[in-house]
Ligand binder design. Structure first.
Ligand code: PLP
Length: 376
């Protein structure tokens, strides 16, 4: 059944809005950048340390180490944990490819496990069952802005297996009152522009309470160099840019408010979707305070529904259509269709609806009305 042509007087609902948050911080960013430019101090400087301290305090962790991007954050965290080729690292098949890339780049063998259908988060029992005597770490991914049940995972894991949180989508999320990034041994996060705390380009960080891990990542990010001309370990170039630190400090001051707006928007979606048959709204894990990086629903005939949304100028996206084991990049794992049925089902059924702090009730009503028509 085809829908009537969209009327042109109905405004498009964007998937994401990066302009409004910029408008709020533009003056602060311009002033901060002017200072960086005046001193031509583009790498390092007090802005980096300031942001790291602010973000550590906000997250309640001992250390934040600013990095070039979130994928590096996960890789460097693995290396700080002592992961070497031959080790195994367990991660969910339903995640952004970066989690798996970081594992493979560290030299470890990625060991995928399935997801929980209701939350799309890692199946912690499956993760525990995948442990061997080569397992060095497990990476629970705090997908869509809610945290995995890290304490349950901890209780199921043998001692000596580290927990590395992929907190790229969960800045400000809490589990039983504790911030994402403080639930495991170490965490990697990303400040890619579209994340809840987004830079104006690539950026990322490692969070940890452990002094030794923070020091190791601090070395790795800067050519393994503790002091000029000294190179203690084989390192990388993955520093946080000074101009990005300026942006991140300005945004961090507003992040609690923006996350609260996302929560209100998620509540509104839940209320609007309650009366719609054929759309499965997201489930929040008991004990979680999500920050709704994405608002992901499940529908049948997803590709057709997605097209209807797009035709009606409602921004929508898929996170992610292809589980890691079904990507070409990880074909070497040799895991065919049916290996992780829940992740594959999610890949076929999920749609991410527009979600950003400034989304209006009218925009959300429009999204749900188009969606409701599409699933009829
Ligand atoms: C964004 C993201 C990353 C990687 O971050 P980059 O900064 O793009 O390298 C890793 N994991 C998840 C779940 C992400 O969403």
């Amino acid at each position: 059944m085809s829908s009537p042509a969209p009327s042109t007087d109905i405004a498009a609902v964007p998937f994401l809005d990066l302009a409004s948050p910029h408008a709020e911080i533009a003056d602060e960013v311009n002033a901060g950048w002017a200072e960086v430019l005046a001193r031509t101090a583009f790498v390092g400087g007090p802005q980096i340390k300031a942001f790291e301290a602010e973000y550590a305090a906000w997250s309640g962790v001992g250390h934040v180490v600013g990095l070039g991007n979130g994928t590096d954050a996960i890789e460097l965290a693995l290396r700080a944990l002592g992961v070497v080729p031959g080790d195994e690292v367990i991660l969910p098949a339903n995640t952004f490819i970066a989690t798996a890339e970081a594992v493979a780049r560290s030299g470890a063998t990625p060991v995928l496990v399935d997801a929980d259908l209701d939350t799309a988060l890692i199946d912690v029992e499956a993760a525990a069952a995948a442990v061997t005597d080569r397992t060095k770490a497990v990476i629970p991914v705090h997908l869509y802005g809610q945290t995995a049940a890290v304490e349950k995972l901890r209780a199921l894991l043998p001692e000596g297996v580290a927990i590395l949180e992929d907190a790229a989508q969960s800045q400000g999320a809490k589990r039983n009152g504790v911030s994402a990034g403080k639930l495991g041994d170490i965490a990697g996060t990303s400040f890619y522009p579209g994340k809840n705390l987004g830079a104006y380009g690539d950026a990322g960080a490692v969070l940890t309470d452990r002094d030794d891990l923070a020091a190791a990542v601090g070395l790795l990010r800067d050519h393994g160099s503790p002091r000029k001309y000294e190179h203690a370990v084989l390192g990388f170039n993955s520093r946080l840019d000074t101009i990005q630190a300026v942006v991140l400090s300005a945004k961090l001051k507003r992040l609690d408010g923006w996350n609260a707006n996302r929560r209100a928007a998620a509540d509104r979606y839940a209320a609007l979707l309650a009366g719609v048959d054929g759309v499965v709204a997201p489930t929040v894990l008991e004990g979680n305070e999500p920050v709704w990086h994405l608002y992901v629903v499940r529908v049948r005939e997803r590709d057709r529904v997605l097209k209807e949304l797009q035709t009606n100028r409602v921004g929508a996206s898929i996170h992610y259509p292809t589980p890691v084991h079904r990507t070409e990049a990880f074909a070497n794992l040799g895991q065919g269709e049916g290996t992780f049925p829940v992740s594959e089902q999610l890949g076929a059924e999920i749609i991410s609806l527009p979600m950003f702090p400034s989304i209006t009730p009218e925009q959300q009503e429009r999204v749900v009305s188009v969606l409701a028509d599409a699933v009829k």
